[in-house]
Every structure is written in structure tokens, then in C-alpha cells.
Ligand binder design. Structure first.
Ligand SMILES: [Fe+2]
Length: 301
């Protein structure tokens, strides 16, 4: 049905019903034209053709290690009862007890988060790489930085799971039993220089963490110019491809806090600040800054 046809219908309509039908055709036609639909003709059952089908994606063969991993997952009775996989990567043990972050991060969350979620990222990464052992020599950072070298059938799986392994491994190192401490040394100076006060810095990082839609991270990174920067990433993406040096991730996936904090992400972020190991974060900042080899004048501003 085109505009001329709908005008013809309108002009020849005699009954109220016919006029109503003709008017509705005209309206539908106008809407289609607004949407740049090439024609307003109604589809004809006899001439209508089958719409083009999406190309069928060829699913790669499942490797024996992936099958073994699936079997172990189905056999696991608990979320934390997932066996280790074989491969180049291993789940790093926590350097503290599961309940050491109480009352801010609860023991049950730590068990599921570390033994369940993190181990699954490690297992999935090992399973993906088992197809191409030539990548066994790559570090986590190299897998993420040079992901374009990966075969297409494992690229997404490796990016997601290498990211999950990297982000969680870094998180466990930078949190610990609450000590009621704050940044010191060069990190304290840099925070106060760039954010004014520690409270301003906390507010900026909190706002970033709250702004993540869905699952992801807020990050404190050191950019290539030696400046602190707060960024966010979705899912298990890391700032590594941005050439920033990740200093501190705040995991805002619901699995990081839902058992204790439910939907109150803000309360979780507030509690998270109490378990940050500021001494270790300061050491990481010092090392990252030194690795940039910048002139002193650019790092003191
Ligand atoms: Fe997580």
C-alpha cells in the first residue's frame, strides 16, 4: 500500500468503516516512510519471499579437556567444590583466611568468589588454550595485550577468562584483613595532588564503581603519563589493552557482594575500602611509576 493507494481508498470510501480502514492504511504508510522503509506495499502472501536467514555459525569441536571440565562441573556438589584443571594457569591461594575480611566481606562470599568463580575462570582459560598449546608460553598480560594473535575460535573465551583470572588474582593481593589504614608515601602524595583529599578520591572511585551498569570493575590505574586515573570496564575486561597499568580493581559483579549486601552495591563499595591493603597498593604504585621511567618533573605534579 502506497500513499496514492491510501488516498484513493480515502476518496472512494463511502462507509464509516471503510474510511477508518483507509485512514489507518495512510497512517501506517506515513510511519513506514518516516522509518525510511523502502515501500509501503502490504506483503502479498503469494509473492512474499522467505526472509534471509542468518548464516549458520559453525560450532568448533569440543576438546577432551573441555569435556573433562564439563564433567567435573556437573559432578561438583557445591559451588566451591570445583576441581583444579590442568594447564598453564593455576588458581592462586589466598594469603589469608576466608573469614579474615569480616565483618566487611563475609566468609561465604569469599569461598564462592575464590573457589567457585575464580577457579572457573582458570579452568575455562586452560580448556581454551588446550586447543593451541603454542600459547602456553604466554603470560596472562601477553594473552590480553596480544589477543588479536589468538585463533578466532578461542579468542573470546581467552579474553574473558584470562581477564577474569587476572582481575581476581590482582584483587586478592590488594585486599586483606582490615587495618583501618590509609595511603602513605608517594601514593598519598599523588592522591592528594590529583584529587585534593583522600575523601575526594574515595568519592570519585565510589561514583565510578556505582556507575558500572551490570557486571564489571572500577579501576585505579596509572596512565602512561604517570597520572592516576579512574576508569571502568565491563564484564572481565582489563585496562591492559588501554596501556594503563592496573593498580586497584573494585569488582562490582554481583557475585562479589550479593550474599551479604544484596542489592546495596554502595554499602559493599564502602565496606571494600576497609579491606584494601594500602601498604601493598603503595608498593605497587611505586613500582608502576618507576617502570615508566618518566622525568621527575612529570611525576611530581
Ligand atoms: Fe569476581
Amino acid at each position: 500500500m502506497n500513499n496514492l493507494m491510501s488516498l484513493f481508498l480515502l476518496s472512494t470510501a463511502t462507509t464509516a468503516h471503510q474510511k477508518k480502514v483507509a485512514a489507518s492504511y495512510k497512517y501506517a504508510c506515513q510511519q513506514k516512510q518516516l522509518l525510511r522503509t523502502p515501500t509501503c506495499a502490504q506483503p502479498n502472501r503469494e509473492t512474499a519471499t522467505t526472509p534471509p536467514q542468518a548464516p549458520i555459525t559453525k560450532v568448533p569441536m569440543v576438546s577432551s579437556s573441555e569435556l573433562a571440565m564439563l564433567n567435573t562441573l556437573y559432578q561438583a556438589d557445591e559451588a566451591t567444590d570445583i576441581p583444579a584443571s590442568t594447564g598453564p594457569f593455576e588458581l592462586p591461594p589466598l594469603e589469608y583466611n576466608y573469614n579474615a575480611l569480616e565483618p566487611y566481606i563475609d566468609e561465604a562470599t569469599m569461598r564462592v568468589h575464590h573457589d567457585g568463580h575464580h577457579r572457573t575462570y582458570v579452568n575455562n582459560l586452560n580448556a581454551a588454550l588446550s586447543r593451541y598449546p603454542e600459547f602456553y608460553a604466554y603470560t596472562l598480560e601477553e594473552l590480553l595485550l596480544f589477543s588479536d594473535r589468538l585463533p578466532s575460535d578461542i579468542q573470546t573465551q581467552v579474553i574473558n577468562n584470562a581477564g577474569g583470572h587476572y582481575n581476581h588474582s590482582l584483587t586478592w593481593k590488594l585486599i586483606g584483613p582490615p587495618t583501618n589504614s590509609e595511603p602513605t608515601g608517594q601514593l598519598k602524595t599523588a592522591i592528594e595532588t590529583q584529587f585534593g583529599t583522600f575523601d575526594n578520591f574515595k568519592a570519585a572511585l565510589t561514583l565510578a564503581a556505582l556507575s558500572v551498569f551490570g557486571s564489571g570493575y572500577a579501576w585505579l590505574i596509572l596512565n602512561p603519563y604517570g597520572r592516576l586515573q579512574i576508569v571502568t570496564t565491563g564484564n572481565q575486561t582489563t585496562p591492559i589493552p588501554l596501556r594503563g597499568i592496573p593498580l586497584l580493581p573494585i569488582d562490582v559483579w554481583e557475585h562479589a557482594y550479593y550474599l551479604k549486601h544484596q542489592n546495596k552495591r554502595g554499602n559493599y563499595i564502602s565496606d571494600f575500602f576497609n579491606v584494601i591493603n594500602w601498604d601493598r597498593l603503595g608498593e605497587r604504585y611505586d613500582a608502576a611509576l618507576a617502570s615508566l621511567n618518566l622525568p621527575t618533573s612529570t611525576t611530581s605534579q
